[in-house]
Every structure is written in C-alpha cells, then in structure tokens.
Design a binder for this molecule. Structure first.
Ligand SMILES: Nc1ncnc2c1ncn2[C@@H]1O[C@H](COP(=O)(O)OP(=O)(O)OP(=O)(O)O)[C@@H](O)[C@H]1O
Ligand SMILES: Nc1ncnc2c1ncn2[C@@H]1O[C@H](COP(=O)(O)OP(=O)(O)OP(=O)(O)O)[C@@H](O)[C@H]1O
Ligand SMILES: [Mg+2]
Ligand SMILES: [Mg+2]
Lengths: 227, 227
C-alpha cells in the first residue's frame, strides 16, 4: 500500500539547509502494523507528513495505493487523503472553536456521510477512547491527554484503510494508552494498515515491525510478527 | 516551600460542573523532587496551574514560600511567578514568531538580566538540552520534541527556586529524556525544588517522592528517597 523510494526532504538552502530526510526507502503491505522510532529530530514527523500527502519530498518517489503521488494535483491528493487516510498529529490540530464531537465528525463531513450516521459514529469513536462524558467540551476545556484522545478518535472514525499516528499516546497514562492501542489493534485485525511514530515500548509491543530512523536515514527495519 | 490545604477547583456550575480537584492537601519542602502521576483527566495540570499562580482554586488555601497566594494581587502574583518559578507547559506555549533563543531569553527579560548575560545563559540552557544547532529556528521549524526541549530550557534558564514541569518528556525518545532529567537532577542537587507531572517510569526513577491523583483527589503519597 505504501512504496517509498529514495525520499529526500530538505528545508532551506545552502549553508543553513536542514536535511531532514536523506534517502529513505521502504514498502508497507496491506495489513502491516509498523512502529517508527528514532531520536528527537531524526525526521519521523517529516516522513509521516509525506506519507499523509501533507508535504512533498524534495526528491524521490512515493506511491500510495498504486498512485504516484507527485503526479496528482492538490485536489486529487486531498481526495486520496480524506478518503483513505486517518491522521493523528503530534500536536493534535483540533479546531479550537468546535466541540470534541464536532471535531470527530469532521472527516465524515468530507466523506459525505449523512448527519445522523456522523453523530452516531462520532459518539462511538469517543466512547472507544473513554470520552463519552466530554463530547460537548471545547478543546481548551479538555486535559492534554483528552485532547490527544479526541485526535485519535477523529483519525479512526472513518475506519480508514491507512492510519498514520504521530506519537498518539505521548500525553497518556498507561490505561488510556492501552485504550488507544486496543482501538488500533482492532483496526489492524480487520485489515487496515497502521503506521505509528512512538518512543514508548508499550506501543511497540502491539506492532508487527519496527523501523528506526537516525539523522534522516533508516538504520534498522525489523519484523517481529508476520503480516 | 509549598503548602496546599483543601484545594478545590470546579469548572462550570450546576449539572455540567466539572470537579477537577476535590480537596487536595499536601506540603513540599525545599529541595524535594516530586513526581505527580494519575490517569488522563485526573486533575494534574489543574493542580499545576494553581501551584504556578496561573489559576486560583475555587476554595482552599495555597501558601507559596510563606505567602498566602489568595492575598496577593495580580501584580504581586506575577512578580512571584516570574522570579521564583520555572514552568514547563504540557503544550509548550512558545512564542511562535520568536526564535528558540529569544524564547529562552524571555524569563530573563522579566528578571531584568542584562542582554549580554541573557544571550550567554540562553545558549547554555539550549546546549544542556542538545539544541545548540537550532537556536535561530522558529518553533514551526522545529520537531515536536525540539519544541518541548526549548520549553524545558526556558523553564530552567533562570535557575528558579521552584520548577513545575507538566509532562516535559512526553514527545522525547529515551536519550533526549535523559538529557532533560540530568538537567533537572542537577538543579535539585543544588537545592531547587522540582515538581514534575509525568506518566513515564524513566522520569519517576529520578524523583524522591510520588503523589498519585485520581478523579481530583490524592490517593497515594509515597517517599522513595529522603530529602
Ligand atoms: N475549562 C474547563 N471546563 C470544563 N472542564 C475542564 C476545563 N479544563 C479542564 N477540565 C476538565 O478537568 C479535568 C482535569 O483536567 P486536567 O487538565 O487537570 O487533567 P490532567 O490530569 O492534566 O490530564 P492529562 O494527563 O490528560 O493531561 C478533566 O477531566 C478536564 O476535562
Ligand atoms: N520548517 C523547517 N525548517 C528547518 N528545519 C526544520 C523545519 N521543520 C523541521 N525541521 C528540522 O527537521 C528535522 C526533523 O524534524 P521532524 O519533525 O521530522 O523530527 P521528529 O523525528 O519528528 O522529531 P520529534 O521526535 O522531536 O518529534 C529536525 O531537526 C527539525 O529541526
Ligand atoms: Mg515529531
Ligand atoms: Mg495535563
């Protein structure tokens, strides 16, 4: 489902240029469950943004579900992104003037799902992450970990074929972390592909493969469970 | 240095009221190193905001370094906060149009430290957290963990008598986490008081006492190392 070939991503130019990715190549088959680890600043989020069609590589090729992403225009990329990918951002990116429930409904609005179904499915997603009693709160009326869980619920609510999660449990205690992992595991069991950036062993334990980045390059790629 | 007595904090009123803190009492002596743990939503950040004079309790008493905080006006609280406390926020709260270096210099501007000294000390603080090569980057040109480390550097740069850190390592791999902990340990060794909210065992291992919150109340308070 994912094919990355010789991906480079450089910010800036000349002396102050930052080479965030320096030739990254790997493939991910349908139903895989991949953890991406690496030091702070090693290029994990940069790679994730490219996988999620939110950023373009400086060079190299990215093929998503058979589409060469560089050959799609912005509109086509947006459609691919909204229909096939669920994204948990490292900084949540919730709409601030919107309730938890409305935030979780948003991907379904793009997918043209009827209002009644959106409401029901958003409630179910929030219940999965233990937030049934916070549906009408605004993000600034929620704890840091509750905001993170709303971001997780939003990424999962359309049951997307590809889930990209950037440190989805960084603000969570082990019980809330386990709730999130159970939800991700369930999606993987029914055939969805999961890629999760994490630095927590508890999360890695649920995955089938670990890719390790260092200074913008892959230094190890180990499978722990068959797909 | 900290005396908390019967602290309550309620958001909203009537049926939808959220009782974030329901009668919290404890003291912290100079030089203690306290971890605060608890489930997501249990009231940890709410407690931290009260300790940092950023929020007032609905009822109860808070005495900081001998001052009854409720008897100080806003100006006096701001002075106490800026001169005595270093705060690491769960969501970093960096100024977005300002470089990492300028963000770290900010507490020293309030403390009226001369420009040359500010520059030198900000560089030293950023070096402590491994960001010497990112000083001129803006927050949106930094990775999530790098932003978190700038927030840590900013909290430590005035060598404050009280450090309040809300999940300071949530976005960091174990090596960057260790760098932050070494910096906190060093401050504690020279007599500063540290209170850190965390859900990570690696962090708790460096502390001398663990307070556990559940549903806005303290359920355990255990010392592991003498002060
Ligand atoms: N402005 C607000 N209005 C209503 N409820 C609020 C508001 N701010 C926080 N809360 C609620 O207060 C409770 C405690 O929040 P707090 O941020 O202290 O939790 P926390 O222990 O820091 O959680 P986390 O580990 O997720 O960061 C949460 O259940 C939250 O939903
Ligand atoms: N707009 C930008 N301009 C310059 N450098 C940037 C920019 N954005 C990111 N970087 C740099 O690119 C590198 C990789 O960033 P990235 O966010 O991918 O790291 P990461 O592995 O996700 O780190 P973390 O674990 O801290 O979240 C970092 O060193 C960062 O400073
Ligand atoms: Mg990142
Ligand atoms: Mg919190």
């Amino acid at each position: 489902v994912i094919e990355v070939d010789g991906i480079h991503r450089t910010y800036g130019e000349g002396e102050t240029a930052v080479h965030a990715l320096r030739g990254v190549s790997f493939t991910v088959d349908v139903g895989d469950y991949v953890a991406i680890r690496g030091a702070s600043g090693s290029g994990k989020s940069t790679l994730m943004n490219i996988l999620g069609c939110l950023d373009a590589p400086t060079s190299g090729r990215y093929v998503l579900e058979g589409h060469d992403v560089s050959r799609l225009d912005d509109g086509q990329q947006a459609i691919l992104r909204n229909r096939r990918i669920g994204f948990v951002f490292q900084s949540f990116n919730l709409l601030r003037r919107t309730s938890a429930l409305a935030n979780v409904e948003l991907p379904m609005v793009y997918a043209r799902i009827p209002r009644k179904d959106r409401h029901r499915r958003a409630l179910a997603a929030l219940e999965l992450v233990g937030l049934s009693d916070r549906t009408h709160h605004l993000p600034n009326e929620l704890s840091g970990g509750q905001q993170q869980r709303v971001a997780v619920a939003r990424a999962l609510v359309t049951s997307p074929s590809l889930v990209l999660a950037d440190e989805p449990t960084g603000n969570l205690d082990s019980m809330s972390t386990e709730e999130v992992l159970v939800a991700l595991d369930h999606l993987n069991v029914v055939g969805r592909t999961i890629v999760v950036i994490t630095h927590e062993d508890q999360v890695v334990a649920h995955t089938k493969r670990t890719i390790e980045l260092l200074d913008g390059m892959i230094v190890s790629d180990r499978r722990t469970v068959a797909v």
